[in-house]
Every structure is written in structure tokens, then in C-alpha cells.
Design a protein around this ligand. Structure first.
Ligand code: 5GP
Length: 184
């Protein structure tokens, strides 16, 4: 789905699909450089990271494995609850693996710092983080981001996997949702 398909709901375009593709290709080259000689395990955080994972995995010129985890997040609200709960756990053991967490967006960093701690306790050889988007608040907390697509302003965005009440995930770019859409 393109911006013109949902024009009246989007206030401004943050990233076009071409810019996203460039960002993902850049991340892929960095990952390739750091992971020669072993097969990293990419872990996507459902559901938002589905699009980033799909494009990143295909852009990588090295073998990888993939697994998925679902944790509770915003629900239909636009504010973080700070509560992390495992909704779907991993199927592949992390022991001795080089893990790359694949995220769509890091905002407060609460989800990520919880995941980092959880994965380290499962004896991973290394845990690094790739995220397409980072919001300003994420820089205030101590969450290491190894591979970053783009820093974006502190607005509520949708598209490329990011939803509002489960809609807009299939938008090919990322845009700011008009506050009127969520009653703001
Ligand atoms: P954090 O724990 O870093 O505050 O937030 C992580 C999760 O919050 C993300 O994976 C995403 O689901 C959600 N989130 C944060 N900012 C936005 C946003 O601007 N738009 C949408 N749709 N979700 C967001």
C-alpha cells in the first residue's frame, strides 16, 4: 500500500520506501562485515519487525537463521505501558549463538533492554541490536544499538510493519499519523 492510498490519514512522510531500502542495505553490509565465519541468528520482535526482517534477511549475502518472539507492547494505545510480557517465546536455543535482535523502532528502549537481559541469561555468545528506526527518547537510556537505519522525530509513526490498532502495517513507507485518526 502506498501513501496515496491513505493520504487523508497521513500528516507527513518520514521515509519513502526507497530510503528504507537504502537503510536496510546499509545495515546488511555492516552485519556481513561483523559476521563472517558463523551463522548469526536473527530474532524478530513480532509483529512490527516482520517487514524489516523480511527485507534485511533477503538483502544479506551470508547464511542466517531466523526466529521470532512476541512480547506485549502498546496495544491500541500510543503510549508505552513499560510492561513486557512474553506472548510467544523462541523456538531455537540461544546457547553459543551470535544473536541479532531485529526491531522496527526503539522508543523508550524498555522492550529492548528487557530483551537484551533476557537473551544474555540464555547464554548467547553475543547479542547485538538492529533497528530501522530510533526515537529521541531512546538516546536517554542505555540501550546499545549496533545497527541503526534512521533517527526520527518524536511523533507517532505508522507503516513498514508499524501499526495503529493493527492497520497501516502494509504501508510501504513510514509516515506520521494525523492525530485526528487516533482521537488526538
Ligand atoms: P519502547 O519499548 O522502545 O518504548 O517501544 C517499543 C515498541 O513500541 C515498538 O516495538 C513499537 O511496537 C511501539 N512503538 C514505539 N513508537 C511507536 C510509533 O511511533 N508507532 C508505532 N506504531 N509503534 C510504536
Amino acid at each position: 500500500m502506498e501513501f496515496e492510498d491513505v493520504n487523508s490519514d497521513i500528516e507527513s512522510v518520514v521515509l519513502t520506501k526507497e530510503q528504507i531500502a537504502e537503510g536496510i542495505a546499509r545495515i546488511a553490509r555492516e552485519i556481513e562485515n561483523n559476521h563472517t565465519g558463523h551463522t548469526p541468528l536473527l530474532i524478530g520482535v513480532l509483529k512490527g519487525a516482520v517487514m524489516v526482517m523480511a527485507d534485511l534477511a533477503r538483502e544479506l549475502h551470508i547464511p542466517i537463521e531466523m526466529d521470532w518472539m512476541a512480547v506485549s507492547s502498546y496495544g491500541a494505545s500510543t503510549k508505552s505501558s513499560g510492561v513486557v510480557r512474553i506472548v510467544k517465546d523462541l523456538e531455537i536455543s540461544l546457547e553459543g549463538r551470535h544473536v541479532i535482535i531485529v526491531e522496527d523502532i526503539v522508543d523508550s528502549g524498555l522492550t529492548l533492554s528487557w530483551l537484551l537481559e533476557n537473551f544474555e541469561s540464555r547464554q548467547a555468545a553475543s547479542v547485538s541490536v538492529a533497528t530501522l528506526l530510533r526515537k529521541p527518547d531512546a538516546m536517554k537510556v542505555d540501550v546499545p544499538i549496533d545497527y541503526l537505519g534512521f533517527d526520527i522525530p518524536n511523533d507517532f509513526v505508522v507503516g513498514f510493519g508499524l501499526d495503529y490498532a493493527e492497520s497501516y502495517r502494509n504501508l510501504s513507507g513510514v509516515g506520521v499519523l494525523k492525530p485526528a485518526v487516533y482521537g488526538g
